[in-house]
Design a binder for this molecule. Sequence first.
Ligand SMILES: [Zn+2]
Length: 185
Amino acid sequence: MTPRPAAPPPLAVLQHLVNTRELLENHDDLTAPAGLVAWAEAEGLPCPPRPTQADLTRVRRFREALRQLLHRGEGAPAAAAELNGELARTGTRPLLHAGPPGTEFTGDATTPLDVAITRVLATLITASLDGSLSRLKICGAEDCLWAYYDRSPNAASRWCETSVCGARHKMRAYRARQAAAAQPS
Ligand SMILES: [Zn+2]
């Protein structure tokens, strides 16, 4: 498969999380505890040594809310509510500090997973505030929904990879037109 555009850090942590599930391949890295540990290790995030099913469910819900938020479609309001719930649950909030200008995020984390989610939320909010989040998109193909980084000059791309999903979309549209044309009028 053609490589799909990777986001630069720190956006990459968001992209990697969304793409732990690959719809086209019907594959999900976060169905087993070992998968969650591997994901957290790869991102340098803390993780419970033995994640529970509740941990896995929580991260998968968080991931799908992130996907829907970035998709900016009809699922976005519910996704925002879900993510706001995690903001409240983890107590994630900005923290001013003395010294060089800057704001960091803190939280009321009591578990490694809370810390990990706080860090991902902090990345999401920072990227939203500085505008860089607008280039992290979800592929417009409903059976793909891959998170990709839009490198096009005017940030107007719709597909994770034009030669893959864009071409599939064009083919479907072509077939639909052919079918419509074949209908007796
Ligand atoms: Zn795609």
